[in-house]
Write a protein that binds this ligand. Structure first.
Ligand code: GDP
Ligand code: MN
Length: 401
């Protein structure tokens, strides 16, 4: 779960990490008010759950309250398209208005989990401000990586290394306090990422977290009630939210083949075979191990709501759940939800034969495939644009000309 910059800064501030003074604005007039309170210049920053806002025009400096209001007005109407959002972009609904800092140097600092060593790792660089991917490509020698042993935590010699490598001898006390506190925050809140890009040295030689990003491990949200409350529902796709509340794992994509699958791995493999057969998945959907009539019905409901969906591919592996039980679930679900597009089903695993028999004898129009390859072929036959027809129309057009 991603936190907004202002939420990340709130947490960091609780851990005594210096952040610029600021407040969130929901309307242009709020921005005017906050600017008046803070003094000038102020910086206005779009609060969207994506990075690269600066380059996309989501970070602006204002020298007067009127200018802050005008910039806010413009930003609120905007859909921000950054390097990370995809072409559809994200709508700006909140702004963080902060007292602008005078920057002497921009540094990069983050803590994340290094999965290959199974430990937290601190990543830092003198080259802050630009994306860390860019730094690692252009100046790999300028990236410092310090693995942390969770049994002992961040050690003094590691802090000394940061101090020298980042040229922070003058800020020794500050950097050691910031780093130890951030590591504590990282562990306390089950973070998967904590990043300051940039962490700046101001013109008065103090350290300030100018930008902050925190991601919390989704598997730990259940024990972090205070974090769960911070989830900004307006930033999520409504279908994805509805699915989440129903216990489904759903991600919308832009193709035309609806997918209903049990298990995340099989759901990914299903999208791969669809692509391989020349089709395009409309979604990722893992109905979970249970696959009850209720979850299947909810799945149908959400999938068919997308007008682009021309067919549905149900791909079930009967491991934890038996195929006949899933088949029953599908039949029950179809009594409550009307599905107008063709459905291709592939069942395999425990009680496969019984399951397939039930679907075939249901009187409903299923195509039942023997294996995943056949299923992918069947489904793309349904959704593929009819080339021959197009050609004939083209030919007729030519003749007419
Ligand atoms: P991002 O583009 O989404 O990472 O947003 P950032 O908060 O990192 O801002 C992008 C850039 O804007 C920073 O790297 C700074 O160069 C600049 N910036 C942001 N806030 C301030 C500020 O208070 N003063 C000055 N001078 N520059 C700022
Ligand atoms: Mn940044």
């Amino acid at each position: 779960m991603k936190l907004h910059e202002y939420q990340a800064k709130e947490l960091m501030s609780q851990y005594e990490v210096p952040i610029p003074e600021g407040r969130v604005a929901y309307f242009p007039y709020d921005a005017w008010m906050v600017a008046m309170e803070l003094g000038f210049p102020v910086v206005l920053k779009a609060q969207v759950l994506t990075g690269g806002r600066g380059k996309a025009g989501g970070v602006k400096i204002a020298k007067t309250a009127d200018e802050a209001r005008d910039i806010a007005q413009e930003l609120f109407g905007k859909t921000l398209v950054t390097a990370q959002t995809g072409p559809q972009g994200v709508k700006v609904r909140k702004l963080l208005v902060e007292k602008a800092s005078s920057i002497k140097r921009e540094l990069y600092f983050s803590i994340t989990i290094d999965r290959t060593i199974g430990k937290p790792v601190v990543i830092a660089s003198k080259r802050g401000g630009m994306s860390i991917e860019e730094v690692s490509e252009l100046y790999p020698e300028d990236i410092i990586k310090i693995p942390i042993d969770p049994a002992v935590g961040f050690l003094p010699y590691q802090i000394r290394r940061l101090k020298y490598d980042l040229d922070l001898v003058e800020q020794e006390k500050e950097i050691s306090r910031i780093v130890s506190n951030l590591y504590k925050l990282f562990i306390d809140k089950d973070c998967s990422l904590l990043e300051m890009n940039p962490l700046v040295v101001t013109d008065t030689n103090h350290l300030v977290a100018l930008d902050a990003k925190i991601e919390i491990d989704d598997n730990a949200i259940f024990r972090r009630k205070e974090i769960a409350k911070m989830r900004d529902l307006t930033e999520y796709d409504p279908d994805e939210l509805e699915a989440r509340f129903a216990g489904l794992n759903f991600i919308k994509l832009d193709g035309d083949i609806g997918c209903m699958v049990n298990g995340a791995g099989l759901a990914m493999a299903t999208m791969d075979v669809i692509k391989f057969a020349g089709g395009n998945p409309a979604n990722f959907l893992d109905v979970g191990g249970e696959a009850t009539p209720d979850t299947i019905a909810k799945g149908f409901e959400i999938i068919t709501r997308d007008p682009k969906v021309k067919a549905i591919f149900i791909n079930i592996f009967g491991g934890i759940v038996r195929c006949d039980k899933v088949a029953n679930g599908i039949l029950q679900a179809l009594k409550t939800v009307e599905v107008k597009v063709p459905i291709v089903v592939r069942l395999t695993g425990m009680n496969k034969e019984e399951g397939m028999e039930m679907l075939k004898n249901s009187g409903l129009a299923f195509s039942v495939a023997q294996d995943i390859k056949e299923a992918a072929h069947m489904i793309t036959q349904i959704t593929k644009p009819k080339k021959e027809e197009n050609q004939t129309t083209k030919e007729t057009n030519k003749k007419e000309k």
